[in-house]
Design a protein around this ligand. Structure first.
Ligand code: PMT
Length: 332
């Protein structure tokens, strides 16, 4: 049975045994894990991840953890309402395909029901999946217009599947994401420098701690307003670099909407977390250009006018990331 992370835990009520979540302390990450319950399915994921990593210890392949999609923040335990973000998982799913094409094994930590490698070509489009098919002599077949490209995608998909190169791990809430990220990071420690983290998920900056989540659907108020006091999600990137994955190479993304602050923010993240690479992108142009920011350099990668809308920018990003990973492992 597949693990379903989008089904809320309807059995648990508000748990007052959890202390109030403290704000802005040095040990925020630790407090988060102390005050929030891990998802019940985590041991199952641990077994899958350990088996996958052990397998690729024998194949000798580098393993990349690609995070993808957006985390949700539930406002109720029996979740009717939640806070979400725009990410469909395009960056993550597309990048995973290019990592696979370039010889990496991929753990794909993704928002459940967001875009997946290979199926992304046919899901979430304006076409209904039946539009890819035709009827011929009472049998169903792939519409000739799509058949050639679909065959290429099918071959890559089958290769990834048959060679056990792609492990799909879902999350829905920010709590599930953080617990699963921590778990996978610790499992990946055995891979040492051969492990690469590519953090493309859009992670909530604010959330409602479990001590404040009501059990049932929030009712309409006589005042007609609802005031929700969100708290800051701890910046777990520091902990990832320092202790969850100290020997791996870590690539994080920085998303902004204001071009004037993108580089500044990307440099700030590098300084704060002391990892290897920040890839900056603007919401408005993220499919056409990104900027690689390291401690010594900043370099734009752009699609040409002819490439826009035709070429995946990830086909340019991933070889560069892999070159940086190779260089970094050789220098260690
Ligand atoms: O899915 P698409 O539609 O293709 O969109 C792709 C994308 C724009 C989401 C992707 O390219 C991207 O930029 N992802 C990172 C978005 C993001 O969370 O940016 P941020 O500025 O909020 O965070 C920067 C980094 O801090 C993140 O890499 C995250 O790992 C880290 N972070 C974030 C929140 C948090 N509480 N703690 C963190 O450590």
């Amino acid at each position: 049975m597949p693990i379903r992370t989008s089904v809320p835990d309807t059995t648990s009520a508000i748990d007052r045994s959890h202390p109030e979540f403290p704000v802005a302390e040095l040990v925020d990450e630790d407090n988060f894990f102390k005050d929030h319950t891990p998802p019940a399915y985590l041991p199952e994921i641990e077994a899958q991840v350990r088996e996958f990593i052990a397998h690729h210890q024998t194949t000798g392949k580098n393993v990349v953890l690609v995070t993808s999609g957006g985390t949700t923040v539930p406002l109720e335990n029996n979740t009717v309402r939640f806070i979400d973000n725009f990410s469909a998982g395009t960056r993550g799913a597309t990048s995973a395909e290019y990592f696979l094409e370039n010889g990496y094994a991929v753990i794909f930590l993704h928002r459940e029901f967001s875009l997946l490698p290979y199926s992304r070509h046919y899901s979430h489009t304006t076409n209904c999946f039946l539009d890819y098919m035709d009827e011929a002599d009472g049998k169903i077949e792939i519409n000739k217009k799509f058949a050639d490209e679909m065959l290429l995608v099918l071959r890559k998909y089958r290769h990834a599947k048959d060679s056990n190169l792609l492990l799909l791990i879902p999350y829905t809430t920010v709590n599930q994401y953080l617990y699963t990220l921590q778990l996978i990071s610790k499992c990946l420690q055995v891979a040492g420098k051969k492990a690469l983290f590519y953090l493309a998920a859009a992670v909530s900056d604010f959330f409602l701690p479990s001590s404040k989540i009501p059990e049932h659907k929030i009712q309409s108020q006589a005042t007609g307003t609802l005031v929700v006091n969100l708290e800051q999600v701890p910046k777990f990137l520091r902990r990832l670099v320092d202790s969850w994955a100290p020997s791996a190479m870590i690539v994080s993304f920085k998303l902004e909407t204001d071009a004037n602050i993108l580089i500044l923010k990307a440099k700030g993240a590098l300084e704060r977390y002391q990892h290897q690479l920040v890839i900056g992108n603007l919401l408005q142009t993220r499919k056409d250009e990104v900027v690689f920011v390291t401690s010594t350099d900043e370099r734009w990668i752009r699609l040409t006018e002819e490439q826009k809308g035709v070429v995946d920018i990830e086909s340019l990003i991933i070889p560069e990331v892999i070159a940086a990973h190779t260089d970094w492992t050789e220098r260690q």
